[in-house]
Design a protein around this ligand. Structure first.
Ligand code: AMP
Ligand code: GLY
Length: 427
């Protein structure tokens, strides 16, 4: 079958790497892709948010299956447009993508279908939001309703901080239209984990768990990023917890979406807080995580392409997933200055040496090729280096062993990815 992957990050590199191994995959395309993806797929220069361009490409190349990586095209209705052209597509409709694109939508669904999450109120009037915050007290959480590239959330330790966040989002335009409406919610405590489950509109199937590190510096310090590293599986998601999350959160969501007339096709990426009383939903993403995917896919023994194709066709029922009995850990290498301003164009060396490390792999994210053919930095998060081994402690070693072959003085990484799980393994 001819397959098209949409996107250009480390997640899409990992997806293409896994698809390329599939006996089902006759030809693989990626739009727009990156230089790392070129090793597995033909990259075509159509942007991930160019819905009509991607539909034309699908028809022109006679694509049999489209896999959408990022959330923005899903929120724009790419999956609807591909399906309308008669081609199976992995990813939710525009209506179902609201689970990620509108925090208010997600919270209202949880309320209606009794899915455990933080108590909340939605506001489009800043004065009413402030009055609510005054009444509730701090700590309290302020969230822009729409997509804000992971930056729309403020954990306010004081009422003053919460009020400042309301002003910034609702009147200051910090997140554009995405912040005109907000959700104010209860602050939850516990251990966070990411939970992934496939859904074909009817049934849901557990995929895998992971934990990521959002803060830019060691010790989880500094501003939040898209993710500086991740590992899989998440030790807090044992079998009993997995069953609870499926029963209390994932299956009611699949059922609720169906009842609302917007059945969900694709992957639920649930951000969970494992609290003393059980798992509670922080947020939904409607796509694979980045860099979680780079830490999950090396563990997958089953054929990813057939599982995702079956999901898109509404035939998840017969699918079973098998995993290697090892952990994987991905460390992100970012350009100096990220998540603030950073330079582009510096040359990255040592990639061939890194490619020789067994049980390690380098996924490209924000890379480009210069005229001389060198790989250069072209984004904030530039590489994702994954290692795998029987334990998270050893997988961490493998990832850093691979990372240390790379010679790129203009980049940096955290040296403590996986610290919580490593400490747990020491016990
Ligand atoms: P979100 O974009 O909704 O995942 O929020 C970003 C991060 O903020 C999460 O990963 C959590 O660490 C934190 N967070 C969000 N909502 C809450 C909450 N209600 N209580 C505690 N922490 C939260
Ligand atoms: N790593 C978080 C995300 O993909 O949104």
């Amino acid at each position: 079958m001819k397959v098209l992957v949409v996107g250009s990050g480390g997640r899409e590199h990992a997806l293409c790497w896994a698809f390329a191994k599939s006996p089902l995959c006759a030809e693989l395309f990626c739009a727009p892709g990156n230089p790392g993806i070129e090793a597995h797929a033909t990259c075509l220069p159509v942007k991930a948010d160019d819905v009509s361009g991607l539909v034309s490409l699908t028809i022109e190349k006679k694509i049999d299956f489209v896999m959408v990586g990022p959330e923005v095209p899903l929120a724009l209705g790419l999956a609807d447009a591909i399906r309308a052209a008669g081609v199976p597509c992995f990813g939710p409709s525009k209506a179902a993508a609201q689970l990620e694109a509108s925090k208010g939508f997600m919270k209202d669904l949880c309320k209606k279908y009794d899915i455990p999450t933080a108590a909340y109120e939605r506001f489009s009037d800043p004065e009413k939001a402030k009055a609510y915050v005054q009444a509730q007290g701090a700590p309290i959480v302020i969230k822009a309703d729409g997509l804000a590239a992971g930056k729309g959330v403020t954990i306010a330790q004081t009422v003053e901080e919460a009020i400042a966040a309301i002003d910034e989002s609702m009147t200051g335009g910090a997140f554009g239209d995405a912040g005109a409406e907000i959700v104010v919610e209860e602050f939850m405590t516990g251990e966070e984990a990411s939970f992934f489950a496939l859904c074909d509109g009817e049934t849901a199937l557990y995929f895998a768990s992971a934990q990521d590190h959002k803060a830019v510096y060691d010790g989880d310090k500094g501003p939040n990023t898209g993710g500086m590293g991740a590992y899989s599986p998440a030790p807090v998601i044992d079998e009993a917890m997995r069953d609870r999350v499926m029963k209390e959160i994932i299956l009611p969501t699949a059922e609720g979406m169906k009842k609302e007339g917007m059945p969900f096709t694709g992957i639920f990426f649930a951000g969970l807080m494992i609290t003393k009383t059980g798992p509670r939903l922080i947020e939904y993403n409607v796509r694979f995580g980045d860099p979680e995917t780079q830490a999950m896919l090396p563990r997958l023994k089953s054929d990813l392409l057939s599982a995702l194709f079956a999901t898109a066709k509404g035939m998840l029922g017969g699918i079973e997933l098998h995993w290697h009995d090892y952990a994987a850990l991905c460390v992100v290498m970012a350009a100096n200055g990220y998540p603030g301003t950073y330079e582009k164009g510096s040359v990255i060396k040592g990639l061939e040496k890194a490619a020789k490390v067994e049980d390690g792999i380098v996924f490209h994210a924000g890379t480009a090729r210069n005229e001389a053919g060198d790989i250069t930095a072209a984004g904030g998060r530039v590489l994702g280096v994954t290692g795998w081994a029987p334990t998270i402690t050893e997988a961490q070693k493998k990832a850093y062993e691979t990372m240390d072959k790379i010679n790129w003085p203009q980049g940096f990484c955290r040296r403590d990815i996986g610290w919580r799980a490593v400490a747990r393994e020491k016990k």
